[in-house]
Write a protein that binds this ligand. Structure first.
Ligand code: G
Ligand code: G
Ligand code: MN
Ligand code: NA
Length: 253
């Protein structure tokens, strides 16, 4: 079967899983949230990376029902964690196709009320490049999200070409500095300059800065010294199943 056909059956066959990657307060080392990252366990081919199937799902439109499933699953998981006393927020990736659909923000609010959690527990990740395209103004969608109390982050920041004038007025809580720049620090002066600039930009715009892809203690140190507030990366943890998030929180205490 082609990947496309398999993907069509994956939802009804319950083959998707959500892994979670810890988001760390760089000052304290504590886990404050998680990024939800979709996984597909295909019976034919085993674990398939979202880097492979998300582009196909965006192409054929399946990203919309898959995204609805992710939203519901993450809200369900957050509600369960709250019952266990875990205080974490969850960041959810949204692709352009999801953003531009009808009544997107209502769908998100519905999932949140269904599971009795607060919009404050969710951060919606919109890629920098998604802010640059689409039929409607991203500002109006962001305004609706913000009115409902949802948090917004700009993902892969530094790789798109967003207008700083527009960004300044967006109700964005967090700028996520793309991994490609974090990779080069502290060694590469060029990457160090870019990362320094983005951390300052976030501060000037009263947004939080978050560095993606931290893999070494030297990167952590460098970012902490710059005043970068949050981080994610293999140095802290890979994306893991939800039970492992629970285990890490128990160790922390
Ligand atoms: O987990 P991994 O690093 O392999 O993810 C690869 C890409 O897939 C990333 O760009 C990530 O944003 C995207 N991705 C992961 N989960 C989801 C999801 O639930 N929805 C959307 N739209 N993209 C996702
Ligand atoms: O595009 P987005 O930022 O949503 O992508 C997240 C992806 O980055 C996930 O697939 C995740 O597995 C990957 N990732 C997270 N931390 C690291 C890291 O420290 N190093 C590398 N190489 N990849 C990472
Ligand atoms: Mn992301
Ligand atoms: Na990213």
């Amino acid at each position: 079967l082609s990947l496309n056909t398999q993907l069509h059956h994956a939802l009804e066959r319950d083959e998707f899983l959500v892994y979670y990657q810890p988001i760390i307060d760089l000052n304290t080392g504590a886990m404050v949230g998680v990024e939800a990252l979709l996984r597909w366990k295909s019976p034919e081919d085993g674990m398939i990376s979202p880097g492979v199937f998300i582009p196909i799902a965006e192409e054929n439109g399946l990203i919309v029902p898959i995204g609805d499933w992710v939203l519901d699953e993450v809200c369900r998981q957050l509600a369960q964690w709250q019952k266990q006393g875990l205080k974490l927020y969850a960041a959810i990736n949204l692709s352009t196709r999801q953003l531009w659909r009808d009544r997107m923000v209502d769908k998100i609010s519905d999932a949140i009320s269904r599971h009795n959690i607060s919009p404050k527990d969710i951060e919606l990740e919109i890629t920098e490049s998604a802010t640059m395209k689409g039929p409607n103004s991203i500002e109006s969608i962001m305004a609706q999200m913000h009115e409902r109390g949802l948090n917004i982050s700009i993902d892969d920041f530094g790789t798109g070409y967003s207008s700083l004038e527009r960004l300044k007025h967006m109700p964005v809580r967090t700028l996520k500095i793309d991994r490609s720049f974090v990779d080069g620090v502290p060694g590469s002066p060029r990457d160090a300059n870019i990362v320094t600039t983005v951390v300052q930009l976030a501060r000037n715009f009263q947004m939080n800065s978050l560095a993606e892809g931290i893999e070494t203690p030297a990167q952590w140190r460098f970012l902490l010294d710059l005043g970068c507030l949050f981080g994610q990366g293999f140095y802290f943890s890979r994306p893991v199943p939800p039970e492992q998030i629970e285990a890490m929180c128990r160790e922390d205490k």
